[in-house]
Design a protein around this ligand. Structure first.
Ligand code: C2E
Ligand code: MG
Ligand code: MG
Length: 678
């Protein structure tokens, strides 16, 4: 069964319409005819339905084929328009055909009607398909035009016919400039072996080409691209064109390069990092092994760098590290490795050396170059370096051992007063093992009640009365060995144990003060040393006040001794704690004055009550005129600032006389009493 054919018939005669229908059925069609006689009816029919063909009479009363044709064309639908008329002049027919009618037939010879309709329908279908194809091409070319990646089309010889606007934007070459040039004409390395080769005769053998390479823009800038070139085939399967799709991967490339760099180089200084350093060390060891030479490893650590970071901030710390890296770089030869381990630690590898003399010279140079002050934020800073040196094969035959031993030797250099270098020895090894062991034992010492306090009197120089007792921490190990603070305080600070230990010291010292009070002793206060680490803990001041409160002690029964470096610590916790301690009426004392930063401006910030002149000045006072003048100056300055002055480490009566002369208020030292249990 043929599908029904929708026919729109413009005809005023019902008889003629019937005739037409008979003819159509006879021709094998299954017509569904809608007949209209006026423009209005026609327009409405066009709007309300879809039609396979319009058959139109030439003359109607008040209407005609020409206006009907115009109405169909206005509708926008591509419907075959066939004129079927009785009396028509050839010229009229031609005029209408020119205007877009598809055919015309005479009512008297309708044999052509069905074939004409079928032909017109076929052609209308073809026109519709063509329109669709054209639309597809239009969208495709828009896609290429507006593609965010470069698209280049070449002929079968690989010569460019088309480039899209993205290509123009990226390379700086216009379509006209690119046309006729080889596909890869922007490639930087024109002699690269993996270049694209057109294979026009290769037929289906020719395949997709892919590569990543560097390109050069018209302005000379380089950029990276990932290119895929695919052959376009003609009807016979031969290659007619190539389409290259090119993606700018410069961002990804530089990211990858950065990653690679990050994996091997230190970001701050640009020096090789730990990973690359280890690699170089392993290579140097292998080389030395083959050639029967030595390799030296220098482990450099900046002295007191932590202070710079804590006090001046990380930005300043970073600049110092950068400056140090530059300076150390001048101390080595080409072929040596200077690396940054992280923090303030650097490594120098000296490969293939004969003996230790070069290592010694390099170490000396590093020490010398660090001796020049570093200028940070307008201040001159003295940050020296300590260096440990190991040699392959003398001190170790593998990288790990050499590194560990260099580290140990560096600690030895620090112990010996910093600002120097030390070669690794077996004795160092033993000492360090011991230190590690102490660290282990220190961990449980508080719980095992191994700490105790000794007290040392502080004496009023005017009347020789004891005004205060300084609590000094001692650690009695199970083997009865009594350890002094210099053997464990810095360790406890490093591990953080100082917080609990320090709290215990305050509690015990306050309890002792209470006992002394109850027993009617005349002393005024107890002095307790406080680590900067304790002051950084929020709530420290409240803790101290609570201890005093519990024991019903006046706040001025306690004096906290703080080293100068605390004054430069601008952490908010430290400031809050100091402020609250001051406000609570607890006395504050600057300990070991003269050994630290002596940033006098900071003295104004907090009302310190007492200033303790460091033992080193006192011990030289009677022999060294400069030391004497210093003490004189400190006493005068302290008094001017409203502080009381304590001289530490007074051992002789000459020292005592001198201090009295200077009108120093108080003194402490073996002359008056050694620290002892109460
Ligand atoms: P410091 O606060 O300056 O204490 C004075 C140190 O000098 C004490 O050493 C004391 O025994 C010693 N000394 C006193 N008079 C003389 C003298 O006439 N001649 C000589 N040669 N030395 C004298 P010690 O007890 O070894 O303490 C050393 C440092 O350890 C203290 O210096 C203090 O900074 C720290 N320290 C002591 N106890 C504690 C504590 O409980 N907590 C904290 N954070 N540090 C403490
Ligand atoms: Mg002290
Ligand atoms: Mg002191």
């Amino acid at each position: 069964m043929p599908t029904p054919m929708h026919i729109l018939l413009v005809e005023d005669s019902a008889d003629d319409a019937e005739l037409l229908e008979i003819e159509l059925i006879r021709g094998g069609l299954k017509p569904s005819i809608h007949r209209v006689e006026t423009l209005g009816e026609l327009t409405q029919a066009l709007e309300s339905d879809t039609w396979d063909v319009v058959l139109s009479d030439f003359h109607l009363p008040g209407f005609d084929a020409e206006r009907a044709l115009q109405a169909v064309q206005r509708s926008g639908f591509d419907i075959p328009f066939i004129i079927v008329s009785g009396a028509i002049q050839a010229e009229d027919a031609v005029t209408l055909l020119k205007q877009g009618a598809h055919d015309f037939l005479n009512k008297d010879s309708l044999a052509r009607l069905v074939p004409a309709i079928e032909r017109e329908r076929r052609e209308a279908n073809e026109r519709a398909e063509r329109r669709q194809a054209e639309e597809r091409v239009r969208v495709l070319s828009l896609a290429i035009e507006q593609s965010p990646v470069s698209v280049v089309i070449s002929d079968c010889r690989g010569l460019i016919e088309y480039v899209n606007p993205t290509f123009e934007a990226i390379t700086g070459y216009t379509l006209a400039e690119a046309q006729g040039r080889p596909l890869e004409f922007t490639r930087y390395d024109q002699s690269a072996s993996n270049r694209f080769q057109p294979q026009p005769g290769a037929g289906s053998a020719s395949s997709v080409y892919q590569a990543e390479f560097c390109n050069i823009r018209k302005n000379g800038q380089l950029f990276w691209e990932h290119a895929t070139v695919s052959p376009l085939r003609d009807g016979e399967g031969g290659v007619s064109h190539y389409v290259a799709v090119k993606e700018d991967i410069t961002a990804r490339r530089s990211f990858e390069e950065r990653l690679l760099k990050q994996a091997n180089y230190d970001e701050l200084t640009g020096l090789p990092n730990r990973v690359l350093m280890l690699d170089r060390l392993v290579q140097s060891i292998a080389k030395a092994k083959r050639s029967g030479t030595r390799t030296a490893l220098l482990f450099i650590d900046l002295d007191r760098f932590k202070n710079v970071n804590d006090i001046l901030g990380h930005r300043a710390g970073d600049s110092l590290i950068q400056e140090a890296a530059v300076r150390f770089g001048h101390c080595v030869r080409e072929g040596d490795t200077l690396a940054r381990m992280g923090g303030d630690e650097f490594i120098i590898i000296l490969p293939e050396i004969e003996d230790s003399s070069l290592a010694r010279r390099v170490a000396e140079r590093v020490i010398e170059t660090s001796a020049i002050p570093f200028t940070l934020q307008g201040q001159d800073l003295f940050v020296t370096a300590s260096i440990g040196v190991t040699l392959f094969p003398d001190d170790g035959t593998d990288a790990q051992t050499l590194l560990r031993n260099a580290d140990l030797a560096m600690y030895k250099a620090k112990e010996l007063g910093r600002n120097g270098f030390h070669f690794f020895t077996q004795e160092i090894n033993q000492r360090m093992q011991e230190r590690l062991a102490i660290e282990g034992r220190l961990r449980g010492a508080l719980d095992r009640h191994e700490f105790l306090l000794h007290y040392q009197p502080i004496v009023d120089l005017r009347n020789s009365h004891v005004v205060a007792m300084e609590a000094l921490l001692r650690w009695r190990e199970p083997d009865n060995n009594l350890r002094m603070p210099d053997q464990f305080i810095s360790l406890a600070e490093e591990t953080g144990a100082i917080r609990q230990i320090g709290a215990w010291v305050i509690t015990s010292a306050c309890a002792q003060a209470r006992k002394l009070r109850v027993n009617g002793n005349a002393f005024q206060r107890i002095a307790v040393n406080v680590s900067p680490k304790q002051l950084q803990v929020a709530g420290f001041a409240q803790f101290v006040s609570a201890q005093l409160g519990q024991l019903e002690l006046e706040p001025d029964a306690l004096e906290l001794e703080i080293t100068e470096s605390v004054l430069l610590d601008d952490s908010p916790e430290t400031a809050v704690n100091l402020r609250m301690l001051c406000d609570g009426g607890i006395r504050l004392s600057i300990d070991d004055f003269g050994t630290g930063y002596s940033a006098l401006g900071y003295l104004q910030r907090y009302p310190f009550h007492t200033l303790k002149i460091d033992r080193s000045f006192v011990s030289h006072a009677t022999a060294n005129a400069k030391a004497a003048r210093l003490i004189e100056t400190i006493v005068t300055m302290g008094h001017r600032l409203g502080m009381e002055i304590v001289a530490e480490g007074v051992e002789t009566s000459q020292q005592l006389d001198f201090l009295r002369e200077q009108e120093c208020d108080f003194a402490q030292g073996y002359l008056f009493g050694r620290p002892a249990a109460l």
